[in-house]
Design a protein around this ligand. Sequence first.
Ligand SMILES: *Cc1c(COP(=O)(O)O)cnc(C)c1O
Length: 538
Amino acid sequence: MSVNASGWRPERPANGGSGAGDATATFSGNRALMLDEALIFEIGTAETTGVDLDASMLDDGRGNRLGGLARTAPIGLPGLSEPETVRHYTRLSRQNYAIDLGLFPLGSCTMKHNPRLNERMARLPGFADIHPLQPVDTVQGALAVINELAFWLIDLTGMHGVAMSPKAGAHGELCGILCIKAALEKRGEGDRKVVLVPESAHGTNPATAAFAGFKVEGIPANANGRVDLEALKARLGPDVAAVMITNPNTCGLFEPDMKAISDAVHAAGGYVYCDGANFNAIVGRVRPGDLGIDAMHINLHKTFSTPHGGGGPGSGPVVLSEALSPFGPLPYTARTADGHIHLIEEERAEEFSNEHFGGKLDSFGRMTAFHGQMGMFTRALTYILSHGADGLRQVAEDAVLNANYVLRQLEGVLEAPFAHSGPCMHEALFSDEGFADGFSTLDVAKGLIDEGYHPMTMYFPLVVHGAMLVEPTETESKAALDAFIGSLRAVAERARAGDAALKAAPVHAPRRRLDETLAARKPILAWKDPAPVAEAAE
Ligand SMILES: *Cc1c(COP(=O)(O)O)cnc(C)c1O
């Protein structure tokens, strides 16, 4: 590790950036206005600090009141001056790709624009500065937001009830599956132990079912990328608790047999869980309740534009059918005739259950300590109200239109395995067929980084070889789509032609190809000072 005169730049890693012989090498390691940045442990010192604490603040004259817990040795945290601190974190932030920088084609993730109006509403002190343990009389506005959002979610999905507290999609899946488990146990059919999951499912589906104690079995897909209805029917029986189906599915295709699937599952005594993460494609057009679904999570952070990934937490409310609503988690909100909104906890559940669940309330328990992601609720409701019912319908239509535009514009360059079966929904799925020997989806992804784009989702769904899943969302203009399509086409053509230079991509990024498997399997999450190791070796 060497630090140059300006004191902040590390040596480039051997497998990374500009080394000798690299035509793009710079003395600083920076690339134009892309600034390299070392870890704070490498550039900071324990002697530097951005704040000066007055000695009197540390000892107010009344002696040490820490009861023997005062620190006896420095903790060795790296310090920087204030301007160095600001620059360090600003430089790091510039190495991140974000939806505010450009099109983010990550399939299944619905990386749409986060309207700034949402942010303004979420920052109102009455929503942002409250505490979940405040008396409910002092937070009626916040409870009204939760209650109104719940109303909209029920209305948009045609379902009976909604559990607002789950904190992300996968958490919502667990909520729905626990409702199913509770309903089966109540019926005395707790011995139904199998959950059927299509092969194309998101990994969270089988993980959720297994986590809840079920045995997972796959359902095959047909040649059109949809659930094989006959194979599913043949497998149904007294041991099947539920099926978990994503609709539109992870191939970006609508499951046209959904109602028939639900009817068959119900006739065999099971429940239907729908993974609703792709609701963006059908919001305002299709009501899952009409398709016979019993439970479905909604990713507010996908369909309803709340920032996610690096930008914010998820929120995964679960809409429930009449059969499952009594089993949903506490707490929930209820508005009484006098306009007052109550937060129904265990001790008051009986009092309110008559009104809401015909006296059958049988909650399986709680999902979280408090009531859910308030900031996300506020953003999602703002998004819903600012779009209105007609605007939400337009969201779905434009999302589907944009994806089909991408699909058709890349015809002849990228193989689309299911394009023969008609239009896609909100995402376009391609395979690596036709690439030159030795070239893969990974090479295309790395080439896209050089083009200035976050790569699309790769190698998912598993049912397609070298899958590339592109979800443009409705918030991209035609010009933005054309620019992205141009880049993807150029990179795909290089992969087809076997352009050896593509194997080195990314060449313009601060880092080259890293060992991603090692990083995922054996992440090094704590910094160790290399100096003592080097000294010991001398
Ligand atoms: C995003 C997603 C999930 C999981 O949602 P999280 O909020 O990330 O937990 C589940 N299924 C599908 C199809 C998804 O796209």
